[in-house]
Design a protein around this ligand. Structure first.
Ligand code: FAD
Length: 534
């Protein structure tokens, strides 16, 4: 255990030693009482015209008892005890007949497989897309005007949806396993700074390397990863999982972690037809907004914009009106807009950035919440039908994979865009200027217009005429929930463990990874490791 001392505010030039001294002072502890001090989190506050470092420090005393007594004596909300990172360990005693199967190799499946492999369970991973290098080639070929590959694209393939992302590792969940995820990333090549940044991010370039190294480790520890094959069904006996069906072939197993992401529409349909319980769930749709990063820096940092100590500015915006939320999502400072469809003849946008975040533009999704009452059908997959309508309509309007694009000034006035102004679109396949009306539902357009006007009052220039909207963005989170019981098993088939974002239990890289670990823990708690390692 250690004492976590938060909200230490110091001038920009303050050193780590200054932070430790401030932490000790806050806790009224002498230097000799503290065995070890280290930095836990650091961020920068550039509001009110000056830059302040905001830090948290961990202090270790001689014993856990001394730490607990000190925290009680101090009695301040920003001084609390912090437990050490807990590694998942096997405690189960039952024997598994077969290796656990993990379907999908995004963050959920990756961490489930990693924890299983590390503890001697020799998982078998099934991933429909290709390993990262061939996936990269497929993504680049498509971006350069080549054929769309329905198995290896921005959504599918090794690393899952997060592989081409900003690699933001923030999450609203406050799970102690988050730190295990970050430490595992660092152990596989991510920069150590992610351990103490208040808003850690890796960038697509580093994330892809980390994923490759984790796969190599999984194999070294006895796991197996099969790329280019897909789960197409499952066999159950008496309500218990008996086998996975992979490209038509039966693969006997008693535990299957289903981490297929939010875009595995064919698999949703196959499993739903086999009686797996799905329910529709709310998500959001809209479009990617792009500004010049320097304008966002100016809007947020004012006269401090451009200061070398400041990172590219980030924002989170939201506005609620008429019972719906309009908000910014997945902001990528210095990033680029990507083509994120998983089906042919449709258009979907999203955003990514490299570790350096040094691109000219800032982008984020501006999206509006939608729920099952908006969907064209009342069945479990109504949300998928809603997404498809929008994505295919966009393709019909442009007639190819170029994305529809509109200047904010025109979007707010309801007029058609003819050409870009000072902000140039980064969407790799090119854009066609026009209007998003007729592609996004009317209520979404109206709500976005209202939201953008409000956001323009929160960040100067946010609703500037030359900012761009490229869309549509429809894959913000899963349109379904594969409902699970408290023990994480599916409602009908025991042994089937829905996991991650596609199952509706996570949103983002970190929370999907944590959910993957939780699903692996279900196996660790019930079964002993398989005896033989390869
Ligand atoms: P996924 O990552 O979607 O992985 C599912 C995997 O299952 C895929 O690899 C797919 O190929 C495979 N699969 C699907 N069906 C089958 C089948 N039948 N058989 C075998 N394999 C199958 N989140 C953040 O936290 N920070 C970000 O900066 C961020 N940026 C993003 C940028 C982009 C462009 C995108 C698309 C997403 C971004 N996200 C970001 C969201 C994040 O990537 C997802 O929340 C996360 O990847 C979900 O993890 P998952 O493991 O549940 O599913």
């Amino acid at each position: 255990m250690s004492i976590l001392v938060g909200n230490i505010r110091l001038p920009l030039e303050a050193s780590e030693e200054d932070a430790f001294a401030a932490a000790r002072k806050k806790c009224e502890l002498s230097g000799s009482a503290v065995r070890r001090a280290h930095l836990y989190r650091a961020s920068i506050d550039a509001r009110r015209g000056r830059i302040t470092r905001v830090l948290s420090v961990l202090l270790e005393l001689d014993s856990a008892d001394a730490e607990a007594a000190a925290v009680q004596r101090i009695g301040k909300p920003d001084v609390r005890l912090k437990k050490p990172v807990q590694e998942p360990v096997p405690t189960g005693t039952q024997r598994l007949e077969h290796r656990p199967v993990v379907v999908g190799f995004g963050p959920g499946g990756l961490f489930a497989a990693y924890v299983l492999a590390k503890n001697g369970y020799r998982p078998l991973v099934i991933e429909r897309g290709q390993a990262i290098d061939s996936r990269d080639r497929a993504v680049e070929a498509f971006a350069a005007g080549g054929a769309f590959d329905p198995c290896s694209n921005i959504q599918f393939g090794e690393g899952g949806a997060g592989a081409y992302s900003d690699g933001k590792l923030t999450s609203r969940i406050n799970d102690p396993l988050s730190e295990f995820v970050l430490r595992t990333f660092v152990a596989h090549g991510a920069p150590e700074e992610i351990l103490c940044r208040a808003k850690p991010h890796i960038g697509t370039d580093i994330l892809k390397q980390v994923v490759r190294r984790m796969r190599e480790d999984i194999i070294r520890m006895g796991g197996e990863v099969r790329f280019g094959c897909a789960l197409t069904g499952m066999i159950q006996r008496g309500g218990a999982l008996a086998a996975a069906v992979v490209d038509g072939q039966e693969l006997p197993c008693e535990r299957l972690i289903l981490a297929i992401g939010h875009s595995a529409r064919d698999t949703f349909e196959q499993l739903h037809a086999q009686g797996v319980y799905f329910e529709p769930k709310p998500f959001s749709v809209g479009a990617r907004i792009e500004h010049l990063q320097r304008d966002i820096d100016r809007g947020l940092f004012g006269k401090l914009a451009g200061h070398p100590a400041l990172p590219p500015a980030e924002y989170t915006l939201s506005h609620r009106e008429n019972g719906r939320a309009c908000y910014s999502f997945c902001m990528c400072p210095g990033g680029q807009v990507v083509a994120a469809q998983s089906e042919p003849d449709s258009i979907v946008t999203n955003g990514m950035s490299y570790h350096a975040r040094d691109g000219r533009n800032a982008n984020s999704a501006i999206v509006v919440s939608v729920d099952p009452s908006d969907f064209p059908t009342a069945d479990a997959l109504g949300g998928v039908a809603f997404q498809r309508q929008i994505e295919r309509q966009a393709f019909r309007v442009t007639g190819n994979y170029q994305a529809p694009c509109q200047r904010i000034g025109d979007f707010l006035d309801g007029t058609i865009t003819r050409r870009a102004g000072k902000v140039r679109p980064t969407y790799p396949l090119g854009v066609q200027y026009g209007t998003l009306e007729g592609i996004l539902p009317d209520f979404v357009v109206r709500q976005m217009q209202g939201g953008l006007r409000v956001f323009g009052r929160k960040i100067r220039g946010f609703d500037a005429a030359d900012a761009l909207l490229t869309g549509p963005e429809t894959r913000t989170s899963s349109p379904v929930r594969i409902t699970r019981l408290e023990n994480r098993h599916s409602r009908q088939i025991s042994g089937l463990i829905p996991c991650g974002e596609g199952a509706g239990y996570a949103g983002g890289i970190l929370s999907a990874a944590v959910d993957g670990i939780g699903c692996a823990q279900e196996i660790l708690q019930n079964f002993c490791p398989l005896e033989e390692r390869r």
